[in-house]
Write a protein that binds this ligand. Structure first.
Ligand code: ADP
Ligand code: MG
Length: 312
């Protein structure tokens, strides 16, 4: 199968007819219609086999996740996800792998009503680069730089599930719900759209709270105090994580793909009522720079506060 029949067979059908796709896969460029009064939000992320996902990960999950991590960035900005391109580098044209990969990719495209409008296909070590594009009314995007002293720090969903799944990967009793959180993260697109009405600042959690929240704090010129025991846990997480490892998994584990937002306190209830996922207060924005984790008595809990860094 050559490059062109591969693209036709696995990817061309993933462009649905949509009013805002004037031209999809097949020409030198796609042509996309951005509605007047809107800005284009663009993000790109690469997943390298063996680095961002274990090489034994099912192809369908790789397809899903390579899209999910990008849509999560759009969600954090409060953008409505519309289009993606896919640059695929494959060691060989393994039909079974491609079928499963494109199915996983397609499943999330459909669930989030996003169109694949182009890409590139090359041979080499397994690597997947997705560029995701969304639209947001001018001036409505939620940036990292808007947090203010007194804001509540909140997160969607639960933290630590994917990190626990990764640690228990080869355990025979790894609960499927934890595995699902690692392999098929749900980008919080609807929550991102709802929260843009209220949030002063937001970021999606890919490298763990302790790695990601400091980006918001630095961009906003503020600090935060987070109470460790407020970090939301899933039922399976609480059952399977030992007390000693909980904070480490929840704050430094990574791969959560939840949103972390800074909200004025008087917006909390209304914001919560507009979301389909739980929104939990975990701390507050303060004047003193840096991120502090504290226990219920306000005593510091020391933590190495950086996420995964590729060139360190
Ligand atoms: P060019 O040489 O002009 O870059 P390509 O041969 O790379 O064109 O691609 C042909 C068409 O197929 C283009 O519209 C491109 O966007 C699309 N395409 C290539 N690879 C993929 C892919 N993996 N997924 C979706 N579309 C793809
Ligand atoms: Mg090309």
């Amino acid at each position: 199968m050559d490059e062109f029949s591969l693209i036709r067979h696995y990817f061309s059908r993933l462009t649905p007819a949509a009013a805002d796709v004037a031209l999809g896969i097949g020409d030198d460029c796609a042509l996309l219609n951005v509605a007047p009064g809107h800005q284009l939000a663009v993000t790109t992320d690469t997943l390298v086999g063996g680095r961002h996902f274990p090489l034994q990960t099912k192809a369908g999950d790789v397809g899903w996740k390579s899209l999910a991590v990008n849509l999560s960035d759009l969600a954090a900005m409060g953008a409505q996800a519309r289009w993606v391109t896919l640059a695929l580098t494959l060691p060989d044209a393994d039909q079974e792998w491609l079928q499963a990969f494109s199915s996983g990719f397609h499943a999330l495209l459909q669930a989030s009503q996003v169109a694949l409008v182009g890409g590139d296909t090359t041979r080499g070590p397994l690597s997947i680069t997705v560029t995701a594009m969304g639209v947001v009314p001018v001036g409505k995007a939620v940036r990292r730089s808007g947090a203010r002293v007194g804001d509540l720090v909140c997160v969607t969903g639960t933290l630590g599930d994917a990190a626990l799944a990764l640690r228990l990967l080869d355990a025979p009793d790894l609960p499927p719900s934890l595995r699902e959180r690692l392999d098929r993260p749900q980008p919080r697109l609807a929550a991102g759209l709802a929260l843009r009405e209220f949030a002063h600042a937001a970021i999606d959690l890919s490298d763990g709270l302790a790695g990601d929240l400091p980006h918001v704090l630095e961009a906003s010129g503020v600090g935060a105090v987070v109470e460790a025991q407020l970090l939301p846990q899933s039922y399976e997480f609480a059952r399977h994580a030992s007390t000693g490892e909980r904070l480490q998994l929840q704050a430094q584990g990574g791969d959560d793909y939840e949103l972390c937002v800074c909200l004025p306190p008087d917006c909390l209830e209304l914001a919560q009522s507009r979301l389909e996922v739980p929104l939990t207060v975990i701390g507050r924005i303060v004047d003193a720079p840096g991120l502090r984790f504290v226990d219920a008595n306000g005593a510091n809990i020391p933590l190495e506060s950086h996420g995964y860094r590729h060139f360190q």
